[in-house]
Design a protein around this ligand. Structure first.
Ligand code: FAD
Length: 512
């Protein structure tokens, strides 16, 4: 007989947005709930995130006067994803408003609509977006919990001091969910506790074995079910190689040492089926001076060229499609690419949001950026033919004058202009010329916001075997599960929105 260190009703592995939503749903229903988190900090990549949640057709969009509905969201998803996963698509859009109502009933949780365009031109799209965010959270409301929340990448990865007054984005979401969870009095949240094996009795998952920071181990029994929400395989180079997942564990945006596919491997061990393990929520990354990646989003200037000095994509398109275009171009040609930019913004400043950032001086010292007075010299410094780069820049500057990118249609979609400041001097604000020396070239690599393949699940997040039967007692959400969105990233907040919705449904199924 198994000896159990801890007994509970619901066990949740991981502490991102999906995990804490599931844990809160269980604890708020009066179930004793244990959360185990491998690292010293709570929140995972969800804490790094902008905190946008693609939860369509809810009371939040209605309060904001936005014309959104479950029907429109269903139309949009169906247009992008087709019939594949139609049952999970339906479960998702039908549950989103219910989830938001449930969460907002807790006094610690409040959401608001923030504009951020959907990523694809398709029926049902919202040009100004439909995703919602947790309202910013004054740090003082968190008390001691504050120190447990993983800070933003600029602090966690780039060592900048933590802004100390208000939590925003993903930190606000994680903070609010934690406040709600702990206030139930039903939750035992353990950091530095790494689940490493699933325990099965009579074909049912009844608990886990976990390693503790002091080198010990503990066993936790869960009567109702075990929810895996422990991220993807992004930080595990061996699993990436085995599954031919493009990119590199060094360049992923997952927190260091966090998401290494532990629970996907553990679930496979007991018979779970997997899908989409070569997939991720892609993005371009600016290579940091230490060789890691920095999420590049909202490119507002410059042009991207490959190792031969030619453009091959629309630089202002949504970041996942940008990453996919890098893969389609062939990573041997596209990694590294170079973002060639000028001094129009008044100095060596990347014409894009980069999360995290490093000072220009550090980039120039490390060689991740180079600079030159002319385009020809710049070409020489990055090892591409000077005449080719010169022609590329000239052609783009001609498009800028005419306001039309004949090659890659940059600036034609509402998303492209979203991050570009209005500029009366330009025929198209998304097409600023590359004309003011000195010039710069930043090394761009393929990064990701986490992988999106994992164990196959059903409408209630139950983990499935290859024959389609569910493994009793085992549930998965977020990047531990294969995403219903397949090889598409429909809009801002789909990773968090789907993770939270399916974690909520998992607990609903456990409760019965
Ligand atoms: P995570 O949030 O990473 O949580 C997994 C947790 O599990 C980690 O804390 C990890 O340490 C823990 N864990 C791993 N293994 C174990 C183990 N063996 N035992 C115990 N614990 C374990 N998505 C959106 O939807 N909206 C956005 O606005 C958005 N913005 C982003 C901005 C940035 C800068 C980044 C980097 C990402 C962004 N994303 C956004 C993507 C999104 O944050 C992630 O895809 C999503 O949060 C992943 O959620 P998850 O629950 O699967 O994993």
């Amino acid at each position: 007989m198994q000896d159990w260190t801890i007994r509970c009703d619901v066990l949740v592995v991981g502490s991102g947005g999906g995990a804490l939503t599931g844990a809160y749903a269980a604890a708020a229903s009066g179930l004793d709930t244990v959360v185990v988190e491998k690292t010293a900090l709570l929140g995972g990549t969800s804490s790094y995130s902008g905190g946008a949640m693609w939860l369509p057709g809810t009371a939040v969009q209605e309060r904001a006067g936005l014309d959104d509905s479950t029907d429109q969201a269903r139309t949009y998803l169906r247009a992008l994803l087709g019939e594949a996963e139609s049952e999970r698509q339906e479960a998702f859009v039908a549950t989103a408003p219910v989830l938001v109502d449930f969460l907002e009933r807790d006094s610690h949780i409040e959401f608001e609509y923030r504009p951020f365009p959907d990523y694809y031109r398709a029926p049902g799209r919202k040009d100004a977006g439909r995703s919602i965010n947790a309202v910013d959270l004054p740090a003082g409301e968190l008390g001691e919990l504050r120190e447990l929340i993983r800070p933003e990448p600029n602090t966690d990865r780039a060592g900048k001091p933590q802004p100390d007054t208000t939590l925003i984005g993903g930190r606000a979401l994680i903070g609010r969910l934690l406040l709600a969870l702990t206030s139930t009095g039903r939750a035992d949240v353990r950091t530095r506790t790494a689940a490493r094996r699933l325990i099965v009795e009579d074909g049912r998952v009844v608990g886990i074995e976990a390693a503790t920071a002091d080198g010990g181990s503990l066993t936790i029994r869960a009567e109702r079910g075990v929810l895996l929400a422990a991220g993807g395989i992004e930080g595990n180079q061996v699993m990436r190689d085995d599954n031919r997942t493009p990119g590199d564990a060094r360049w992923t945006m997952g927190p260091a040492g966090a998401n290494t596919g532990d629970l996907i491997a553990a679930a496979v061990e007991i018979g779970a089926d997997t899908a989409l393990l070569d997939e991720a929520w892609w993005c371009p990354g600016a290579e940091m001076p230490d060789g890691s990646g920095s999420f590049l989003v909202g490119v507002r200037g410059g042009i991207l060229v490959d190792r031969t000095g030619v453009r091959y994509l629309n630089e202002a398109q949504p970041y996942d499609q940008f990453g996919r275009a890098m893969i389609a171009h062939g990573v041997e040609r596209s990694v590294p690419s170079y973002l060639v930019f000028d001094s129009a913004e008044g100095g060596p400043a990347l014409p894009s949001i980069a999360i995290p950032e490093a000072p220009a001086r550090d980039h120039l010292d490390a060689g991740t950026w180079v600079t030159a007075a002319t385009i020809e010299e710049l070409a020489d410094r990055i090892g591409v033919p000077g005449d080719t780069l010169g022609d590329t820049v000239e052609r783009f500057n001609d498009f800028s004058k005419r306001g039309t990118d004949e090659d890659f249609h940059r600036g034609e979609d509402p998303y492209d202009a979203f991050f570009c400041p209005p500029n009366a001097d330009l025929a198209n604000p998304a097409l600023r010329p590359v004309a003011t020396g000195p010039f710069y070239a930043a090394r761009i690599i393929l990064s990701d916001l986490g992988t999106k393949g994992g164990v196959r699940t059903d409408v209630d997040a139950r983990v499935l075997r290859a024959d389609g039967t569910a493994i009793d007692g085992l549930y998965a959400a977020g990047n531990t599960s294969a995403s219903l969105s397949g090889r598409v990233y429909p809009g801002p907040g789909v990773p968090l929105g789907t993770a939270m919705t399916f974690a909520y449904r998992a607990v609903g199924h456990m409760i019965g």
